[in-house]
Design a protein around this ligand. Structure first.
Ligand SMILES: *Cc1c(COP(=O)(O)O)cnc(C)c1O
Length: 426
């Protein structure tokens, strides 16, 4: 499959190109293991000297086909699927950080990622400094230390809906000799391709729009192949110096542009093992086949709903970058010209209690922990996903106490608006 195909075509046909007599649909290779004829053949696989499948924890043909589709959609060199978005963000960082290292992250990020960074990674000896993504260059640069290994952010923050200035973040990260890692879950490669703006590594919770039907939890890491690890040889010794667990193999020497993603697969995944099941990869692939159509509809519906909310006297505030006058409108026009996603953040006059009562009165929109799938749903982050955060952490994460996260689905938009209206009236 050539690189020139458009995203829509890649969604439908990318990753799996059957030859004569092979199934038209990507098969589920439900096998833990793969057969070889000689002991020597197997030994070469273990030493990464030959390419081939031998154990599904390392690689599986179904997963590889789906990873290849996602890599093509993002314009990267390769991708790896993980069991969840949490695993993707953890592995993406752990691949180049160890105890004693440090990284910088924007503070408006998904609550689960915030906990991972602020609590669990600290227990592993990896420190994080959170920065306000809208702070000036000098303030953000002040967070960097000699042992800083990367800068992290979300294209569209969950749930605050702020838009990241990717080009500026890439410039800042590169000025410090570290890669920019972006969680592109909400935008998806249909609406934003961060590599085109200088981002080096992309992560996804494929659980959201990519799957799109709320059927399979999953994640992905995509490597642009662009970061020059050798230019900062000592800082990234994990990639540029011999790996003891592979008889002294050096990832950058052996794999070049594929060094980062090969290490993620052959070392981090080998040792920690949060693989996506081939069954879930199959479901994800079916979701990806319609991603381009669904994103268009999510954006159309969300724009209409955001405009409705904006003009409703009971609504205190609305955050949706597609609204002229929104704080992130200009960044949205630059990075998300075809639309952002289906997620809108807003608050009702009367604050937290009114917001909760409103949600309880919704009929079509369900209260679920999920976000970003075909069905309209709502969540009150301060009571749910971000429950573990203090008021100060909530504010840092861009979550007002009255914030309602509305994930607009692909139903008829008039029905969605009618449901919101009846809940407001009640
Ligand atoms: C949901 C989500 C995650 C976590 O993904 P899971 O698949 O639930 O583990 C990470 N980042 C963002 C932006 C998310 O929305």
């Amino acid at each position: 499959m050539t690189k020139k195909l458009s995203p829509a075509t890649l969604c439908v046909q990318g990753g799996w190109t059957p030859t004569k007599g092979e199934p038209r649909v990507l098969p589920i290779i439900q096998s833990t293991t793969f057969k070889y004829d000689t002991s020597e053949q197997m030994a070469q696989l273990f030493d990464l000297e030959a390419e081939g499948y031998f154990y599904t924890r390392l690689q599986n043909p179904t997963n590889d086909a789906v990873a290849a589709k996602i890599a093509a959609l993002e314009g990267g060199v390769a991708a790896m699927l993980t069991s969840s978005g949490q695993a993707a963000n953890f592995y993406a960082i752990f691949n180049i950080c160890q105890a004693g290292d440090h990284f910088v992250s924007t503070s408006s990020i998904y609550g689960g990622t915030y906990n991972l960074f602020a609590v669990t990674m600290r227990k592993l000896g990896i420190e994080v400094t959170f920065v306000d993504q809208d702070a000036d260059d000098a303030t953000i640069l002040a967070a960097f230390q000699p042992n800083t290994k990367l800068l992290f952010g979300e294209t569209i923050a969950n749930p605050g809906c702020s838009v990241l200035d990717i080009e500026r973040m890439a410039r800042l990260a590169h000025s410090q000799g570290v890669p920019l890692i972006i969680d592109n879950t909400f935008a998806t490669p249909i609406n934003c391709r961060p590599f085109e703006w200088g981002c080096d590594i992309i992560t996804h919770s494929t659980t959201k729009y990519m799957d799109g039907h709320a059927t399979a939890v999953g994640g992905a890491i995509v490597d642009s192949g662009n970061f020059d690890w050798e230019a900062y040889h000592d800082r990234f010794a994990c990639l540029t110096e011999p790996d003891e667990s592979y008889h002294g193999l050096v990832y950058t020497q052996r794999f070049g542009k594929l060094a980062y993603i090969t290490k993620a697969t052959s070392q981090v995944m080998r040792d920690l093992g949060s693989i996506q099941s081939p069954q879930n990869a199959f479901l994800l692939n079916i979701g990806l086949e319609t991603l381009h159509l669904r994103m268009e509809r999510h954006c159309y519906n969300a724009q209409r709903v955001a405009e409705y909310l904006c003009h409703n006297e009971r609504v205190a505030w609305v955050r949706y970058s597609g609204l002229p006058g929104d704080k992130y409108y200009d960044l949205g026009q630059k990075y998300l010209p075809n639309g952002s996603c289906g997620v809108i953040a807003f608050g009702l006059k009367g604050g937290r209690d009114v917001s909760i009562r409103f949600m309880d009165n919704l009929k079509l929109a369900a209260i679920v922990t999920h976000v970003a799938d075909a069905r309209t749903c709502v969540l009150h982050p301060a009571s749910h996903t971000h429950r573990q955060l203090s008021d100060e952490q909530l504010r840092d994460a861009g979550v007002e106490p009255d914030l309602i996260r509305l994930s607009v689905g692909i139903e008829d938009v008039d029905d969605i608006i009618a449901d919101l209206q009846q809940a407001m009236d009640a």
